[in-house]
Design a protein around this ligand. Structure first.
Ligand code: FES
Ligand code: FES
Length: 178
C-alpha cells in the first residue's frame, strides 16, 4: 500500500475538506469536536487522534475485545464502530474510569487479584466488566464467564479476572450468587 494513502484515510481530515464529517463526542467527560473521514473507526479516533492509547488494538476485527469502550454506558468493540455513527455520544475509555488518583473499583480489584500478566487485554476487560455491571444480567459466576467471553486474554488470567469482577460486583451491591 502507498503509505500516504493510508495516512489520508485513517483519521480526521482538515476542516473544510469535502470528505470530512464534523462530529462531536464527549470523551471521558470532555467535549471533542472533530472533522473525521467517514471511514475512521472509533478505535483509531481514540488512539491516533486523541492519544488515548489505553484502549488497545488487538485483532481489529471484532474478535478479541481489546478495543472495548463504553458508549453511553454500553460496551462496544470500537474497532467495529465508525466514529461518525456515534456523533453526540458519551464515550468512556479506560482513562476515564478513575476519579483523579482514586482507581475505579474494577481497576483496584484487578490489582488486588493480580488479574493481568502482560496487561494488554486489561483495559478492554475492565471496560467490558463495567458494561456487564451496567447491564445487570449477571446472576452467577457462570453468567460472568459467559458475558465476558468476548474478551480474550492470551496470558490466561481468566480465573483472576473472574475473581476481580466478582469482588467489584459485590462491592457495588450487585454481586452474583455462587
Ligand atoms: S481489536 Fe477490536 S475486537 Fe479485537
Ligand atoms: S494479561 Fe496478557 S492478554 Fe490478558
Amino acid at each position: 500500500m502507498n503509505p500516504s494513502s493510508r495516512d489520508l484515510g485513517a483519521g480526521p481530515v482538515p476542516a473544510g475538506s469535502p470528505s470530512g464529517v464534523e462530529i462531536t463526542l464527549e470523551v471521558n467527560g470532555v467535549e471533542k469536536r472533530m472533522q473525521v473521514a467517514p471511514w475512521t473507526t472509533l478505535l483509531d479516533l481514540l488512539r491516533e487522534y486523541l492519544a488515548l492509547t489505553g484502549t488497545k488494538k488487538g485483532c481489529d476485527h471484532g474478535q478479541c475485545g481489546a478495543c472495548t469502550v463504553l458508549v453511553n454506558g454500553t460496551r462496544i468493540n470500537s474497532c467495529l464502530t465508525l466514529a461518525v455513527m456515534k456523533d453526540g455520544a458519551k464515550v468512556t475509555t479506560i482513562e476515564g474510569l478513575a476519579s483523579g488518583e482514586t482507581l475505579h473499583p474494577l481497576q483496584q480489584a484487578f490489582l488486588e487479584h493480580d488479574a493481568f500478566q502482560c496487561g494488554y487485554c486489561t483495559p478492554g476487560q475492565i471496560c467490558s466488566a463495567q458494561g456487564l455491571i451496567n447491564e445487570g444480567k449477571a446472576r452467577t459466576l457462570d453468567d460472568i464467564r459467559e458475558l465476558m467471553s468476548g474478551n480474550l486474554c492470551r496470558c490466561g488470567a481468566y480465573t483472576n479476572i473472574l475473581a476481580a469482577i466478582e469482588q467489584a460486583m459485590r462491592a457495588s451491591g450487585k454481586g452474583p450468587a455462587r
